[in-house]
Design a protein around this ligand. Structure first.
Ligand code: HPA
Ligand SMILES: [Zn+2]
Length: 346
């Protein structure tokens, strides 16, 4: 794609209403903000400057990223910090044509450092409500358990958060599972997910990013999730892939993340186009955009370019994101109408 064409595509893609369904708010911490918050909170950073942080972002696999990601989150201390982090992301997403964001956060990363759970909730919620009122972008929160920790610790986190449920009922609608996948199969969290289902939460889990297709099967059948985060290794098991397609289980794919973490060597080798063309409900997302070098539009443009996606396929990806969201069906229908209009004007 020529440079001028790239701009045209970007402008057109921006106009398509899209939902971002796989986004870790801690992964939107840009190096500039990391320094600003470190100074505000008197936290020491092991980097000389912003460039040194960016230079450190050369990841070999998921764990090499997670080590820096958890360390970076150490600058988040006050309610204002969580607000500022989320507000910066929501502005950015809004500018990319994201109309709805379902945002994961890792409470255990913060409570382990002595940050109160309500500090995290309150800051994120204030930003989401402010963005809804001022930008017209809606959002939900997905509380995510860290899978390298025990199921008992996940239960303790859930118990600690439940008293806050009513206060954040308009936002906290679901549960996720993230962090180091290999060696931490979904079955480890079977009981806590069953409890979350009983409580009426919507369920998602990371599976099939670095872990095998079996983990996707486990997330689907044992955890009973409504969506699979990543899921790109599902294609290694034809029976599983057939089931995902038949049951219309959305996959929240993150192309630039997969590239940066070595899940794929080249975006041209990414299987998202093959999955889409086989009938899977593929959505595009940015995962941890501050660390992986791209927000929502960057993921769309890079994928379109590397995989030769057609305009119809790009509209399908946007439509999938709206339909795979946890928004009420009336709101989904309203956004689908907006999408048809925008797509027709390209
Ligand atoms: O891509 C990811 N995978 C697993 N855990 C994560 N936590 C933040 N990002 C990720
Ligand atoms: Zn993720």
């Amino acid at each position: 794609m020529a440079a001028s064409q790239d701009h045209e595509w970007r402008d057109w893609l921006r106009t398509l209403p899209k939902a971002e369904l796989h986004l870790h708010i801690e992964g939107t911490l840009e190096p500039e903000m990391m320094f600003e918050l470190a100074e505000r909170n008197g936290v020491a950073l092991p980097y000389a400057d912003v460039q040194a942080v960016r230079d450190a972002y050369r990841f070999t696999d998921l764990q090499s990223f997670l080590d820096l990601y958890y360390a970076g989150a150490g600058v988040l201390v006050t309610e204002q910090d969580f607000h500022d982090l989320a507000m910066a992301y929501l502005r950015r997403a809004h500018a990319d044509g994201v109309v709805h964001a379902e945002i994961m956060f890792d409470p255990q990363t913060h409570t382990q450092r002595g940050i109160a759970l309500d500090t995290v909730f309150a800051g994120l919620a204030r930003a989401l409500r402010e963005a809804r009122d001022t930008l017209g972008i809606s959002g939900y929160l997905l509380l995510s358990f860290l899978r390298h920790l025990s199921e008992d610790e996940a239960f303790a986190t859930l118990e600690a958060a439940l008293p806050l449920r009513e206060t954040y009922a308009d936002l906290w609608i679901g549960i996720g599972l993230d962090s180091s996948e290999r060696g931490n199969p979904p079955e480890k969290f079977a009981r806590v997910y069953a409890r979350c289902a009983e409580l009426g939460f919507r369920l998602v889990a990371h599976a099939g990013e670095e872990g095998p297709a079996d983990y996707v099967r486990g997330a689907l059948d044992t955890l009973k999730v409504a969506r699979i985060d990543h899921g790109v290794r599902s294609s290694e098991d034809p029976d599983l892939l057939r089931d995902l397609i038949r049951r219309r289980v959305p996959l929240t794919v993150c192309p630039l993340s997969n590239l940066k973490l070595g899940v794929v060597r080249d975006l041209r080798d990414h299987n998202l186009a093959r999955l889409l063309r086989a009938g899977a409900v593929v959505t595009l997302n940015s995962d941890d955009p501050a660390y992986f070098g791209g927000y929502m539009l960057d993921n769309y443009v890079a994928s379109a370019e590397a995989l030769d996606l057609s305009r119809d396929e790009l509209v399908t990806l946007a439509a999938n994101s709206l339909k795979a969201s946890f928004l009420p069906s009336t709101e989904q229908a309203r956004l689908m109408d907006r999408l048809s209009t925008a797509a027709g004007q390209g």
